[in-house]
Design a protein around this ligand. Structure first.
Ligand code: OGA
Ligand code: ZN
Length: 384
């Protein structure tokens, strides 16, 4: 993007803010206190760590603009504050990038920029990459990580069919989150299973471990063996489903996003986990941040008597949307394949399986910050 040129600056009559104009017809207002807080100079930010040295109390409460002007040769804004005569400078590009005065809050129930909501149509174009490409080529890795951010899931094929490969995948972009299930865990039918995932039963689409605080942001499942009948994997975009619910049944959406429920998991003598959260978490601004949905591990709802029946109706309405065929992408994982999901957004499930053959997956958890950080670092290195 070409950097727009600063062409005008005007100090407001109370001197508490300025209005800037660029040569692309855009303008924006900035407060004196905001400008002081964000100065880029070495008194304000440590040049080495780039961390802020200033505290809020270091800024005079009555700060205002003494003077502001454009430096044409550097395409920057120079200014001095009063009462302490502090001077600094911002590049036009920085001010343009961080301009805020045009921000209007979207209506309650929106998703972050960069997220692409999906339904069954994504089946024609599943985000996927070979393990070799991800290992050898940082560009391919950046593309794959970007897809995880955009769609909340992605696939890998041609992985070795060996123990613990799933953690090696995580180590390519981030950090394994160890839990009571271990660094990684086997998903196959077991006798006396401690979790229904370790049986051959079907699993309704769900997010994993809603009984944990914080919930693991990422889950990976790697297929080592898959010659049983059935066992297809299903994925649903939980944010898309939440927005469908909002569209069709606003009362239900509001109920699910305004009440918390508890989730729990107990493995006798080994783990006893419990966490409380709404099924749909909104930010204070109304952005959809997270969905938690897991029929196996909801604790008895503890809601006001007069809310209980309506809440159950809302819960049912959400579940019915999640199970609509047009909402889901489903596939039969083969040995050497893996999927990753954003466990705060995309739900996964499986059909029941049986027959003479076996089915064996290995799973692993990780957090999203490591993945986003790796993506940001790769992007800074100008990988596309
Ligand atoms: C799980 C799970 C799905 C599968 O282990 O969390 O949902 O396909 N497994 O076995
Ligand atoms: Zn699961």
């Amino acid at each position: 993007m070409a950097i727009p040129k600063l062409i005008d600056v005007e100090i407001s009559s109370d001197r508490k803010s300025i209005t800037l104009a660029w040569n692309n017809n855009e303008s924006a207002r900035f407060h004196a206190i905001w400008l002081r807080d964000n100065c880029l100079d070495a008194n304000t930010r440590d040049p080495q760590s780039h961390q802020r040295l200033l505290t809020i109390q270091d800024i005079p409460e009555n700060i205002s603009m003494a003077q502001a002007g454009i430096c044409e040769s550097r395409n920057s804004l120079e200014f001095t504050f009063t009462p302490n005569d502090y001077s600094s400078e911002f590049p036009s590009s920085w001010l343009y990038q961080y301009r805020y005065s045009a921000n209007k809050l979207p209506e309650n129930g929106f998703v972050a920029a960069g997220i692409e909501l999906w339904n069954e149509d994504l089946a024609n174009n599943l985000p996927r990459a070979s393990w070799k490409a991800l290992l050898d080529d940082d560009n391919a890795l950046a593309q794959w990580l970007r897809n995880v951010r955009r769609y909340g899931f992605a696939l890998i094929y041609d992985l070795p069919v060996t123990d613990n490969t799933v953690s090696r995948v995580v180590e390519r972009f981030g950090f394994v989150r160890t839990t009571n299930y271990g660094r990684y865990f086997d998903v196959r039918a077991e006798v006396n299973a401690s979790n229904l995932a370790y049986t051959s039963l079907g699993l309704q689409v769900h997010t994993d471990n809603p009984y944990r605080d914080p919930v693991p942001g990422l889950q990976l499942l790697h297929c080592l063996q898959s010659d049983a009948d059935g066992g297809e994997s299903t994925l649903v975009d939980g944010f898309k489903a939440a927005l469908v619910l909002r569209e069709e049944n606003r009362v239900a959406f509001d109920l699910l996003s305004s009440h918390s429920v508890r989730f729990e998991f107990c493995d006798e003598g080994k783990a006893n986990l419990s966490a409380k959260a709404p099924l749909i978490t909104l930010s204070p601004e109304g952005e959809i941040l997270e969905v938690r949905f897991n029929n196996r591990s909801t604790a008895p709802f503890n809601l006001p008597f007069d809310v209980m029946e309506d809440y159950y109706a809302a819960y049912r309405a959400f579940a019915e949307i999640l199970e609509r065929p047009e909402m889901e992408v489903s596939f039969h994982m083969k040995a050497g394949e893996l999927f990753i999901v954003d466990n705060r957004r995309v739900m996964h499930g499986r059909k029941g399986y049986s027959g003479a053959g076996s089915r064996h997956l290995q799973g692993c958890y990780a957090d999203r910050d490591g993945l986003y950080s790796k993506l940001a670092v790769l992007s800074q290195n100008n990988l596309t």
